[in-house]
Design a protein around this ligand. Structure first.
Ligand SMILES: [Zn+2]
Length: 385
């Protein structure tokens, strides 16, 4: 969603949904555990965490002990992975609020929508999100509400983020995705000021020139990246800029957009740009550019975030590449490599589990059955807790 030119957004790590009772050390026993760094599938592992919800040890169940008196949660029939990260969400937006329908949604109402969507998102296995745009600071309200305990959950925050809309958009009215909205000098000033404050900067950029300008300006991630060309890909590699391609939501926009109130103008733009974006995603990935998982949730229903994995595989990635984009790579983009995106000591005890093998069928991630956030169980469909 692209409503205003400059948006202040926040990393809301963890969303809602975890029970309050969490502050006890414990352990999870995993029949299989995906080491997302190496891509190796380990068997019969124990993940141990402390009362702060921080992992203290991960190792074979035979040689690793659970904290004294703690009975490990039994996931011996399941495959464990780190909690997933979506680097491009709009928690306070819903697909039913598009086009002119959005005018009927008040800002306080948006905040309530955000609370609902935070819960859907965490239950789908996305324990960390980067929220990139909301009206009236509703995302700040959501973050603060979770922090204050008003909304069920345990939560921690990352760096605040500045987003700039460097080019036109698809769902925004009266502009064109390829048209620059800022000069290089303006983008440089924004990036410099944000970095001085220790903030990362994300640029919404579909357009070929805007993408290059944003990379030259030192911006940290390019959102959408739709019309990136070879020169843009080379620049992204050279600057280490992350590219975030939201390549699932095209399907939703084309199939459901009109019903969801999207403007005919937006649907026409999507038809032109959707396929190009997917082709450019494949090309950028095969060329070695850094890609982080981001879906633009809110354009499509929250909780369906994992549907993008299959698209990423369809367009050139192996399942492990797509999983890395949503774990270690997204954590790197957020500046959170030391604490999120992997099941390792000193990381948050954000653990998900699925049936089956995501390395052979990435779609199993669409049916996450166990979610732990900071050592607290959010959902467990594998059996009695
Ligand atoms: Zn967006």
């Amino acid at each position: 969603m692209r409503r205003t030119l400059l948006l202040f957004s926040f990393v809301v790590a963890s969303t809602a949904g975890a029970p309050f009772a969490s502050a006890a050390p414990g352990a999870v026993r995993c029949g299989k555990l995906l080491d997302v760094r190496s891509g190796r599938m380990l068997t019969d592992q124990l993940i141990v965490f402390d009362a702060n919800g921080t992992i203290t040890a991960v190792g074979s169940a035979a040689s690793t002990s659970a904290p004294h008196g703690a009975v490990p949660i039994d996931l011996s029939s399941a495959t464990c992975l780190p909690g997933l990260i979506d680097a491009h969400t709009h928690l306070t937006g819903d697909p039913t609020n598009n086009g002119y329908q959005g005018l009927g949604i008040s800002i306080p109402r948006e905040a309530i929508i955000g609370a609902k969507n935070a819960r859907l998102t965490v239950r789908a296995g996305f324990t960390t999100v980067r929220n990139v745009g909301a009206s009236g600071y509703t995302d700040v309200a959501l973050r603060d509400g979770i922090d204050a305990g008003d909304i069920e959950g345990t939560v921690k925050y990352g760096a605040d983020l500045i987003k700039v809309c460097a080019s036109g958009g698809v769902l925004s009215k009266g502009d064109q995705p390829g048209t620059p909205q800022y000069t290089l000098e303006e983008l440089q000033a924004i990036a410099e000021e944000a970095h001085k404050l220790g903030r990362k900067v994300a640029a919404h950029a579909h357009g070929t020139q805007s993408i290059k300008d944003a990379i030259h300006a030192g911006i940290d991630s390019i959102e959408h990246s739709s019309l990136i060309d070879d020169e843009g890909i080379a620049l992204a590699r050279q600057h280490g800029t992350y590219l975030v391609f939201d390549i699932y939501n095209d399907d939703f926009i084309l199939q459901e957009g009109a019903k969801a109130g999207m403007l005919p103008e937006s649907i026409e733009k999507e038809k032109k740009i959707g396929r190009l974006q997917r082709e450019n995603f494949r090309h950028a990935f095969q060329s070695g550019a850094k890609i982080a998982f981001g879906t633009d949730s809110g354009v499509y229903p929250h909780g369906d975030n994992a549907k993008q994995f299959a698209k990423m595989v369809e367009w050139g990635m192996k399942p492990i590449d797509a999983i890395q984009a949503a774990t270690i790579r997204a954590a790197d983009l957020l500046g959170w490599s030391a604490k999120a995106g992997a099941l390792e000591a000193d990381h948050y005890a954000d653990i998900i589990a699925v049936s089956g093998d995501p390395l052979s069928d990435v779609r199993v991630l669409e049916s996450v059955k166990f979610v732990m956030k900071d050592g607290a169980v959010v959902r467990n469909d594998f059996g009695a807790k």
